[in-house]
Write a protein that binds this ligand. Sequence first.
Ligand code: CTP
Length: 403
Amino acid sequence: MSIWQETHILLGVSGSVAAYKAAFLASRLTKEGARVTTVLTAAATRFVSPLTFQSLTAQPAYTDEALWGAEGHVLHVQLGRQADLMAVVPATAQTLSSLAHGRADNLLTLAALTLQGPLLLAPAMDAGMYEHPAVQANVETLRQRGAYFAGPTTGRMASGEHGLGRLLEPEELLGHIRYLLGRRGPLQGRRLLVTAGGTQEPIDPVRVITNKSSGKQGYALAQAALDMGAEVTLITTPTALAPPVGARLIHVRTAAEMRAAVLQACPQTDALLMAAAVADFTPARPAGHKIKKRDGLPHIDLAPAPDILAEVAALPDAQRPRVVIGFAAESRDLLANAAEKLRRKKLDLIVANDITAADAGFSVDTNRVTLLHADGRREPLPLMSKAQVAETVLARLLPLLSA
Ligand code: CTP
């Protein structure tokens, strides 16, 4: 099940021109499947209308008027208690001050006082206000009280000035909300290491030997692990994918660089998920300068690349992650080859996928895999999105970690 299903977000909107971005966010959250209830301050309604939010979310959007309505005496309590998370987007200097001082002067601040779940604050303010010591003191108070700050970022502001105080973009805010929602998941406190993408082995300064891996399955695993509360390190080769918010990123290109990063991280890792497509061969002597056509067809000698999982298998127990999961992409004899790799690389689980299928494997968003367990069990999974494959793999990881 996606992290957004049956999730109730209370969206607080305060009065800044950036409030229009909160409407985009409300729309994105709703499309993901979350239930979004909005509370706007009086100042926010000068920039955007409650009707905008009501229409985008198909849920009520409240203003202070509701405080004096028939259900006013219970409304703020309900709003705070029913929310899985409250996000204040944008959070103005005024609203940050009210929240820091525990004021109960409007429906937004009242609801924040009854909130049981996490509080995310996305500041937006112009002309250097964010750096003012008074604002910074409020930020510090709220942070110490457990509030999570998403942004602000540096950039052009509505006044035309450039500086720190820009609201994050809706897509980034969505990532931060997702990260915060996951923090209480069952993998809380577990450190997971995920590798993703195809390595690039240099022939010369311009050319590389690489493979068709898009990194999608690895990124989906990192996201699913974050959704379940894990601390995630993602070792990735260059890809066009947006990294999941909250993952610690390590950028590598070659198999040798990935090997060094994996081995360094292993002693601090509870589980390694080796989704990267690592080169098996690498040019033995990469040319220092671009190979020129006029010199004729080059002859490229290859040397073996390090087998990272084989090296992890050989580590002493204290340095080896408790659980190691591998991936096998095969074009023939899928299960026999995968079973052999499971044994040879001392894996707890291997995810086998047939790369000849059009709806599975490289670049596409779906995958059809079979899970092979160390105890001999074979679990064929139906065609799924890579996100669902990731969720299933992590669901199998959970009992292995506590075994
Ligand atoms: N792998 C690795 N280091 C390599 C090659 C692969 O750690 N140099 C890992 C992959 O990340 C994957 C698993 O080993 O999790 C299986 O990868 P695959 O390329 O299918 O296996 P190989 O050992 O290269 O076997 P073969 O060449 O027979 O396919």
